[in-house]
Design a protein around this ligand. Structure first.
Ligand code: NAD
Ligand code: UDP
Length: 311
């Protein structure tokens, strides 16, 4: 196969690229380095099965030759990033998804959209099954991301129904691991970096809000299974083990052996109070379930950041 991955220089896009290459496929990576880094794909330069195009996918995407798949991962993903880049986030979720779908249609390629648990907003159903329509504030600061992804899902289904494009939609829940940026603002990278540097861990609110953290290799495995399946409707991929933010902070302190303190900061507007995927569908239809425990995944992430920070 020859697949095109938008957002290939980002955290997830670069791991996805590695996975397709390791299975013997050719990958065309597209990225404009808005929140990604050339470092994430530096190891692929010179690989004859990998081609990189620096391009903003909100504009027409021109790629010569045939494609079997288009996987649309380009978008700021950390709340800190999308609050600083609201227009770019709305554009890449809307215009970028339109361009990526147009490319898939022109090449008669399968299309996979990287959607998110944020389509459920601050959920009133817990855990979240795919059938839940969500509880999103369209005009709050997070709306730029949530509504862009909801629009992207609607656009994907329209191309499926109206243009017969063969589509998949993955709803990704909080994922962590090597290649997250030190300062991208997400909770796992923040806590690990702060613990390793001996700085206070910044707990937003009282830390009683929950998240369910999936290690990156498990997530990529689930996405590959979905891509190769015939499941047309949105599918949750994430780890259903749920922790409070405070529990996560304590686990990071334990594993790093850090003597950092916990420091409370204001809770961001519309920060979801709970989040946990119902993965019954992925279990049944994809025979997928996560395998890496929080302890193992955090240990691998800590080792990565130790190398980055040289501590
Ligand atoms: P990331 O910020 O590391 O990667 C996103 C990549 O997209 C970056 O390399 C960035 O430069 C690129 N990009 C952004 N706008 C672009 C544009 N207009 N043209 C070309 N490239 C552009 O984030 P990530 O965590 O790897 O997230 C990847 C995808 O997965 C996103 O679509 C995100 O919404 C989705 N997702 C991630 C998570 C998670 O926990 N990591 C959870 C839910 C959904
Ligand atoms: N959070 C925190 N301290 C940080 C970063 C995040 O307490 O330094 C909290 C944040 O308020 C949220 C949770 O951790 O409740 C997960 O935040 P993240 O930015 O990783 O992603 P989200 O799930 O909100 O998209």
């Amino acid at each position: 196969m020859r697949v095109l991955i938008t957002g290939a220089a980002g955290f997830l896009g670069s791991h996805l690229t590695d996975r397709f290459l390791s299975e013997g496929h050719d990958v065309v990576g597209v990225d404009n380095f808005l929140t990604g880094s050339p470092d994430n794909i530096a190891h692929l330069m010179g690989n004859e099965h990998f081609q990189f195009i620096q391009h903003d996918v909100t504009n027409f995407i021109y790629v010569p030759g045939s494609l079997d798949g288009v996987l649309h991962f380009a978008s700021p993903a950390s709340p800190v990033d999308y609050l600083q880049l609201p227009i770019q986030t709305l554009k890449v979720g809307s215009l970028g998804t339109h361009k990526a779908l147009g490319l898939a249609k022109a090449k008669d390629a399968r299309f996979l959209l990287a959607s998110t648990s944020e389509v459920y907003g601050d959920p009133q159903v817990h855990p979240q099954p795919e059938s839940y329509w969500g509880h999103v504030n369209p005009v709050g600061p997070r709306g730029v991301y949530d509504e862009a992804k909801r629009f992207a899902e609607a656009m994907t289904m329209a191309y499926r129904r109206f243009h017969q494009v063969d589509t998949r939609i993955v709803r990704i829940f909080n994922t962590y691991g090597p290649r997250m940026r030190q300062h991208d603002g997400r909770v796992v990278s923040n806590f690990v970096v702060q613990a390793l540097l001996g700085e206070p861990l910044t707990v937003y609110g009282d830390g009683g809000q929950t998240r369910s953290f999936c290690y990156v290799s498990d997530l990529i495995d689930g996405i590959l299974r979905l891509f190769h399946s015939d499941e047309p409707d949105p599918t949750n991929i994430g780890n259903p083990n749920e922790y409070t933010v405070r529990q996560l902070a304590e686990e990071v302190l334990r594993l790093t052996g850090s003597s950092s303190t916990l420091e409370e900061h204001p809770l961001p507007t519309d920060d979801p109070k709970v989040r946990r995927p119902d993965i019954s569908k992925a279990r049944e239809r994809l025979q997928w379930e996560p395998e890496v425990t929080l302890e193992d995944g955090l240990q691998r992430t800590i080792d990565y950041f130790k190398g980055q920070l040289q501590v």
